[in-house]
Design a protein around this ligand. Sequence first.
Ligand code: G6P
Length: 373
Amino acid sequence: SAAEKGGWDSFMDKEIHEDPAAVQRTLLGRFDKNGDVALDEVRIDEHDFKAIDKIIVIACGTAAYAGMVAKYAIEHWVRIPVEIELAHEFRYRDPILTPRTLVVAISQSGETMDTLMALRHAREQGSKVLAICNTQGASIPRESDAVLYTHAGPEVAVASTKAFVAQITAAYLLGLYLAQVKGAMFRDEIRHILDSLKNMPRKIQWMLDTQTKTIHQAAERMLNAQSFLFLGRHVGYPVALEGALKLKEIAYTFTEGFAAGELKHGPIALVDEGEPVVFIVPPERGRNVLHAKVLSGIEEVKARGAFIIAVAEEGDKDVERYADVVFWRPACPTLMSPLVDVVPLQLFAMDMAKLKGYDVDKPRNLAKSVTVE
Ligand code: G6P
């Protein structure tokens, strides 16, 4: 009903606008009085956490892309290897699991059968499983050794939106907690990162407040596009994959997401006059070598006549010069950028789907939770 949608005309609309609150609520109550990360609800004792020498994230769909983002952050912060694998692939390939491996199962619904089967397999092999889940008491958290709930609130629209930013937030908290317990970073470094994380709800809100019109106009302009390419590097790569997924799920548009560095190894052959290409441009201009690399990718496809949509940091003059449309992000550290960068891609997919007259909450052929293998 209209009341359930809180005045929005779809659940997806409502839920995208809850992205800031989803991050905020997932951070709430996760610190002790000294400001350190305190995950008391996660009933794995410090001793066991200290012993962890590898993390394997298992998930499907959007949750898997959240896991991919977390890999970049956790490896950088904790200096232990993090693998991310689609749950259905993991289960059937004889993965290497030891009691020191922490398996992190990410699932919004907590009922995805592929993920549940993978976590059962991991536990049978003696590994500890921690669930990152948005649904209290669902099968996945129930069968895990520990659970870190995302507090995004119920997600109704089939295409996942606010759960994604909440999953990244939860995985980041886990990473910072591990860094704390293992002494992998100085306390003030951790504090500094936490401060950046706590600023993200405000930055996402700025994106929603200022970029919506540009995004809508871009969707109107691109309505007849037959396909889209999404490109990003580093954490921008999983964001590109997620942006491509949103557009295929609800606007039924053929999309592919690639690592931007892969462009010259294949995808550039697809670029023709007018082909829409979405670039996630890393922040920290001047200080970030990846910025220049992504920019040269933009130049390459521009030279072949592509229509360029970029997500880039406010005031990025280089991007402004080449891109046909820019969705601006407020300045933030690279590892935090996925939390804002995904937002315009969620809105863009929703606008495209609405303009095409589709039901954005209930896309054809898809289910909110897939309870069969
Ligand atoms: C389905 C949904 C996706 C979701 C995936 C994983 O395919 O359509 O939106 O990302 O399942 O769901 P989960 O509940 O495990 O996060």
